[in-house]
Write a protein that binds this ligand. Structure first.
Ligand code: NAD
Length: 425
């Protein structure tokens, strides 16, 4: 990291991790150092103050960010995160991962990310709406259907995207659905978008098992850390494949049942009670205990950095599918790869969301919408060849580390585009 001469970006572990991984990929593929240098920094970052009037009449000011890492392949694409720990460096790291993800799966999109440093759970619906609308106004000069297209991430959802779309459209005077993806279907969202990331996670697990010559079935045990938009769908899809989901968790803790948790029942319980507490189909465990469970497949689908140097030796899954972005720190990743654990890397594993976001954008631009089956078929037809490209890359470079192979695959395509476009001016 010493070679980056700017302290701004290095603050967050997520950004530092992303650069370490990029360095590793760069040295394995003998990447042109000029390209490597350019990829280590974002193209553009905007920091904004977001003042809102709270329900009690007071004014609170939050800090918001939008970072565009690289837009060589097309408009920026990446989610908006509302979380109390968000900062500029973390958003920049996430934007960098989006660049490689879009390139890896073959999308004509660049990498971006946004966020507000706020705990959304402390805000009322009205306060969240005010926050979203003011943030959209503050960043509106750098987003747009041809420039940079936000989507939901941690702490935001389809309703947040509806407010963003409405604010951007009100300011222009006509409806511009293409400014965001992950919108509700009623205003131009895509069928299958909400489930796409979790489904994509499962497509990659199926493909990994095929490559390893193993079968998924009733004896295959799965644990899911983070039963949110990604984790809940992944858990349900694994159950539908006949696997046994023995543990799931959210920020409040985990639930375990050695015979398998009935995921539909848990989802219904959650919808009714808004918390897993008291769910009769499993016994409570802590998140630390969940991470250490002996399972065949572990799906971290909550936040970054949950597997790190201090707990990595307790992880005993054979396959880890990174539903979340950056859930394993670089040092822990190395330990796991050396132990022979297959880690399906985030930029491949959770790419289903951005792929169907791309489909949503395309459908919106054409004003022609597809059936959910069509969306799912196209999702699979995009993810499986991407998985295979990464696998071939591992074989080509004789490495066992799928993360490096995924980065190489993404950087390879991007590098060609960067060299063809050349350096301006
Ligand atoms: P979400 O907010 O819907 O769900 C997050 C889940 O993790 C919640 O159940 C929350 O309670 C839980 N959680 C949060 N902190 C935790 C902790 N410390 N320990 C245990 N559980 C914790 O978010 P999401 O959209 O499902 O995103 C999850 C991850 O997937 C993020 O890393 C995100 O960047 C990534 N991702 C999401 C999408 C998408 O389409 N939603 C796409 C690609 C990647």
């Amino acid at each position: 990291m010493g070679e980056i001469n700017s302290g701004i970006w290095e603050e967050s572990p997520l950004y530092r991790n992303a650069v370490l991984q990029l360095n590793e990929a760069g040295s394995t593929m003998h990447l042109d150092p000029n390209v490597l240098e350019r990829l280590k920094r974002p193209k553009r970052a905007l920091v904004v103050s977001v003042p809102i009037r709270l329900d009690d009449g007071a004014i609170a000011v939050f800090e918001g960010y939008r970072v565009q890492h690289n837009m060589t392949l097309g408009p920026g694409k990446g989610g908006i995160r509302y979380h109390q720990d968000v900062n500029l460096s973390e958003v920049a790291g996430l934007a960098m991962l989006m660049t490689f993800k879009c390139s890896l799966v073959g999308l004509p999109l660049g990498g971006a990310k946004g966020g507000i440093r706020v705990d959304p759970n402390l805000l009322s619906r009205q306060e969240k709406q005010a926050l979203t609308r003011r943030y959209t106004t503050e960043i509106n000069m750098i987003i747009g259907p041809d420039r940079d297209i936000p989507a939901p991430d941690v702490g935001t959802d389809a309703q947040t995207m509806a407010w963003m779309m409405d604010t951007f459209s009100q300011e222009r005077g006509y409806a511009i659905p293409g400014v965001v993806t992950g919108k509700p279907v009623e205003i131009g969202g895509s069928l299958g978008r909400a489930e796409s990331t979790g489904r994509g996670v499962v497509y990659t697990i199926v493909q990994a098992y095929q490559k390893l010559g193993m079968n998924l079935g009733p004896s295959t045990t799965v644990s899911v850390h983070g039963f949110g938009k990604v984790g809940a769908v992944a858990a349900e899809e694994m159950e539908m494949l006949g696997c046994k989901v023995v543990a799931v968790s959210d920020v409040s803790g985990g639930y375990y049942n050695k015979n398998g948790i009935k995921i539909r029942e848990l989802t219904q319980y959650l919808a009714k009670n808004r918390t897993m507490v008291g769910f009769p189909g499993a016994e409570p465990i802590t998140n630390d205990e969940l991470i250490a469970l002996k399972v065949d497949i572990f799906i971290p689908a909550a936040i970054d950095g949950v597997i790190h140097g201090d707990n990595v030796n307790r992880v005993s899954a054979k396959v880890i599918a990174e539903g979340a972005n950056g859930p394993i720190t670089a040092d822990a990743h190395k330990v796991l790869v050396d132990k022979g654990v297959l880690i399906i890397p985030d930029i491949l594993c959770n790419a289903g969301g951005v792929i169907v976001s791309y489909f949503e954008w395309v459908q919106g631009l054409q004003n022609f919408f597809w059936s959910e089956n069509e969306v799912n078929d196209k999702l699979k037809a995009t993810m499986i060849p991407a998985f295979d490209r990464v696998w071939s890359c591992m074989e080509k470079y004789k490495i066992r580390d799928m993360k490096t192979a995924a980065l190489i695959t993404g950087v390879e395509r991007l590098k060609k585009a960067m060299l063809l476009r050349g350096l301006f001016p």
